[in-house]
Design a protein around this ligand. Sequence first.
Ligand code: GUN
Length: 350
Amino acid sequence: MASMIFTDCSSSTMSRLIHLDRRNGAFLPHPCVGQLSLRTTASGRGCTLSIRSSSSPSAIVINGKAEAKKIRDDIKIEVSRMKESIGVVPGLAVILVGKNEESATYVRNKKKACESVGIKSFEVGLAEDSSEEEVLKYVSGFNDDPSVHGILVQLPLPSHMDEQKILSAVSIEKDVDGFHPLNIGRLAMRGREPLFVPCTPKGCIELLHRYNIEIKGKKAVVIGRSNIVGMPAALLLQREDATVSIIHSRTKNPEEITRQADILISAVGKPNMVRGSWIKPGAVIIDVGIKRVEGRFVGDICYAEACKVASAITPVPGGVGPMTIAMLLVNTLTSAKRIHYFQSSSDLKG
Ligand code: GUN
């Protein structure tokens, strides 16, 4: 991308606008709204907000927080059914190396989410200067531990460690992050099925499904090519029959490419980089970026501007973030079920 934009792009009209929180029906301050009506989708799994504005068009707010709550509620039921039927409690082990504050927050949130649904969590915190062998020793121990069904090594790892070696050491049957080369390789290949799909991109696609947003045949653009989000998101969109372009740091005129996108996923962590003028009218926007700016969380997308152009958009916070954790819980439950040959009772997706 030729230039990175960090400006505050908020509109002065923001304070006049309202947002419908679907969980409790309360109206909250939100920059994205005109007139709202709520409609349940045919599948009953999600609902569509029909929005009309008296002045300018406004996007539907894709409420990841509410969808994640529904998913957690379903998981909680499944976890207790599993415990009652076969006496097995799904377990997730998390390895955190170093004192990266963002990583520590993610790990804390993952642990809290596990507790909320009855998944047992195991946490190992290692010093920044720990050796690779130490991390590998814990990975190996969790691989052999029958009470652990999912293993997550929080990234990034300190620079003296070989990330590939450590991620490759995780048993593919417990690779709930989907980062093992075999799982990623299968994701990239036609006719192959990974045992797990990385949680953030999986959460993005789940949101599109839950809001009945058609992917097949659409032009999708992903900004960012990280192993954690951008690359697997592009692979997933391709598996859903979208025509996919990837924008990265060397892409010339990124806005010309984003303007063609029916679906735009941005995962670069550059606050407000994508302006309203980068967006095709009616596009669906999934904002994975999240950075703290002057005490507020801000995404990659200039939200106030995007709301006037897009047909639907994820907010930051409350969009993709909660879905990432929900997908980690789904993957952990799926793993425990697979290991113990326990049948699914619901339509929870693995
Ligand atoms: N760091 C940022 N996101 C993730 C994730 O989804 N999994 C792991 N293991 N590390 C991360």
